[in-house]
Design a protein around this ligand. Structure first.
Ligand code: 2ND
Ligand code: ZN
Length: 366
């Protein structure tokens, strides 16, 4: 009897592998064609008039080397997500696009406070997005494709002052598809401890949250997110590498904070392409992903903003494969890391690991 052969690791093969996505912004993942159509419908002026031009505009503008300038591009996606139809369509297409890429579980986030410009209130903004998710999930199921589960995280903008309200909104919707809370936006000058009462509220409610930290700003921001705010996960957290010294012979020495993050298995939501675009790292080759993976940090692979980075989960994984030489077993480990770190109840995480992820990679590994 011949051994089953290992499937060659190509991008099309990777699209068939079960993938888990923890860090993806709803307003960073629109289809360029949808941005154009929605802008047309509401009379909003965009910086480009055709799909390829607009796709390129987002990617090039996001390639700025600065988080602040990267974030400016979101004005154009947020502008077309102000109506029930706009929100539902974007949410539905997000689910369809992730499913087509082989994602089996995703936590997608957005900031409801940015979608009130045309009279919607916070609760209805969330309801429309959840409706779009449900519609997308049903369409995937009806098509006979591999099912996908998509849950929502609610983000508060760190420069604003609505985090407590958004934390309460998260808890209000906890049984209807919202599984966690986050803060995002420019990091420098807006430390996570500014939003302490929101995090204390979440902890008192036994509810989950993640914090964008250690992206544009270094260790102090990660320290605050963990020690003062009690975050469950780190959004990016890539600058934890500043607390690791690597000697010429390759031996790594971890500082107190890096040790704590590794000991406590605090998940790192790493977003390789986005990190290069915002200047959090110089190049993909110099991304600490591989060092952190070898040191057995709880690393996960994420897209951050599929439109701005012109990426997908399969592309992000393929870039890591090409840069660091990973094989199927590594990708399976990163996927299981992500599933273990999801804000779903434990039994559902286990079920996806045992019944979907492991069997999926077993076929590919051969
Ligand atoms: O990588 C990021 N860092 C900080 N903030 C971000 C990042 N990507 C997107 N955002 C912001 C811009 C969006 O409008 C907001 C909510 O999704 O979150
Ligand atoms: Zn992000």
């Amino acid at each position: 009897m011949t051994e089953p052969a290992t499937t060659t690791l190509t991008e099309p093969a990777l699209r068939t592998a079960p993938k888990v996505l923890l860090h993806d912004h709803l307003d960073g993942g629109l289809r360029p064609g949808t941005v154009l159509e929605l802008a047309d419908a509401c009379g909003y002026r965009l910086p480009a008039g055709t799909e390829p031009e607009l796709a390129r505009w987002f990617r090039d503008s996001a390639d700025s080397g600065s988080l602040e300038r990267y974030l400016e591009t979101f004005a154009h996606t947020v502008a077309v997500m102000q109506t029930p139809d706009g929100l539902e369509r974007v949410a539905r297409e997000c689910v369809l696009d992730l499913a087509a890429d082989g994602v089996v579980y995703a936590e997608v986030r957005f900031a409801p406070e940015q979608h009130l410009e045309r009279g919607l209130d916070l609760d209805s903004v969330v309801e429309h997005v959840l409706e779009g998710f449900r519609s997308g999930e049903s369409a995937v199921e009806a098509s006979g494709a591999q099912p996908i589960r998509v849950r929502l995280l609610l983000t508060a903008m760190r420069h604003a002052a609505r985090s407590r309200e958004i934390a309460e909104l998260t808890v209000r919707f906890r049984d209807r598809g919202v599984v966690g809370f986050d803060i995002a936006g420019a990091e420098a000058g807006y430390p996570p401890s500014r939003h302490l009462d929101a995090f204390e509220y979440m902890r008192a409610a036994n509810a989950h949250f993640t914090i964008h930290a250690g992206e544009a700003f270094g260790l102090p921001s990660i320290h605050e997110a963990i020690a003062f705010c009690g975050t469950d996960r780190l959004g990016h957290g890539v600058r934890i590498v500043d607390d690791i010294t690597v000697a010429e012979d390759g031996t790594a020495t971890l500082g107190l904070l890096a040790n704590y993050v590794r000991d406590k298995r605090i998940p790192l939501e790493l977003c390789p392409s986005s990190n290069v675009q915002t200047g959090a790292v110089d190049t993909l080759e110099r991304h600490p992903f591989d060092l952190l993976a070898r040191l057995r940090f709880r690393v996960t692979v994420n897209t951050d903003n599929r439109l701005m980075s012109d990426t997908t989960m399969s592309k992000e994984m393929m870039r890591l494969v090409e840069t660091f030489g990973y094989g199927w077993s590594d990708l399976e480990r990163f996927t299981i890391n992500a599933m273990k770190s999801a804000f779903l109840p434990f039994d559902q995480r286990l079920e996806l690991i045992d019944n979907v992820i492991k069997p999926g990679y077993a076929v590919l590994i051969g």
